[in-house]
Write a protein that binds this ligand. Sequence first.
Ligand SMILES: [Zn+2]
Ligand SMILES: [Zn+2]
Length: 455
Amino acid sequence: MKEVKPGIFQTPDTEPTLRVGIVLEEDRKRSVKMRALSFPVTAHIDGNEYPIEQGSHFTTTLENNTLSLALDGETLCKTRSKITLSVNESRPLAPQAGTEIQGVVAGRSFHWKKEIDQICHGSFSVHPAEDGIIVVNHIPFEDYLSCVIASEMSAECPESFIQAQVTAARSWASVFLHNKHSETPYTICNDDDCQRYQGTTHLTQECIAAAKGCRGDFLVREDGSIVPTYYSKSCGGRTETAKACFDLDLPYLSSIFDGSSSSPLATYNLQDDDDFEEWLHSTPEKHDAPFCSPAYISEEELPQFLGAVDEPQKYYRWNSSISSEELRKSLQEKFHITASAILATTPGKRGASGRYLSYSITYRDTNGEEQVLKLENQYQIRQAFHDSFLFSSAFLAEEKRSGDEVSEIIFSGGGWGHGVGLCQIGALGMALDGKSYEEIVRHYFPKAQLKKGYA
Ligand SMILES: [Zn+2]
Ligand SMILES: [Zn+2]
């Protein structure tokens, strides 16, 4: 996956309003059901206004490039242009308050993909597009961020974690608002591709209050421009560089050991296979252990802090396997390659976090010819070696063979996600250990400074 290049932006001095894509064209929805859950909604269509009472269900349907709006089953009007749905903007953000949208897709193209009903604060616009309806939520930036935090992780997390995560999400979003979805009516989407946003569905008052406590805080470079503060679920013990993962020259996103710098684990060279193996199986005492390891948060405690759509998993160290048959199916589905046999798999180099950056698969094609598929980045590696997506590319692989063919590959690995920037489970471990918000962001972004944009 070629990562979209982050822009160079100074901190804004007024709070922006975001346009968040909730239902996207690629979801191919021909009809979207909504409900004026907490307050009345006014629909604006071609200069006319249609009041929708609180509690009413309404549906937008797309047919022959025409949108129609139906209230309680009765069609009110049709348009080839957009429908705007406004609410009284002075209502403050509140848990589970807003307009409900049914069947929203979460986890697009990932193994946890599902449809959920979600409640969103703010107003909306509904747009007709070739392949399906687009629903966009218009919401003040800070309200959006509170909702992102409650969607990415559970709102039960400690305050200093929430503030570190909000600040990373705020800085990250600010450098991508203008270039991530430029051909669409939205500036950012609601999924892991950008940041997971499920509106006020999982929001709590504690979460709103914690986010307010760091309102307008950005992580910036020496020249004041905003750092693209990537984050992922678990680094596995050491974070990855933006260069290795995304081929982006971002010295502010270097690799750090996710624990105390005095730990002997901090000195391991994870690009070296022997060091990596020893590191993967090490079980240090808490003072030497990474913040994302079970020494800080046990696997039993972890689920209560994760996002509602996250599945309980082993994030820090995990095992997985793929049979030859499953791998051939994966290559067919994701790379459009028909292999009659897998002959060998050959690893490339590892990045600083131990994540493989490339890999090749030698296979026999349907003509009996030997071919090689080169997996060029960790995204492709994770795609190939799992029926949906392997947790990370930081792994040891053991090939089982039968004759000259690979019959199965057994993986033991570490971490979950790309591993660049803030480690969410590590930041949580630091917060549970009593570290402040400032200490957490300084740990993951040691070269960046905290700066207040708008108040
Ligand atoms: Zn997106
Ligand atoms: Zn970590």
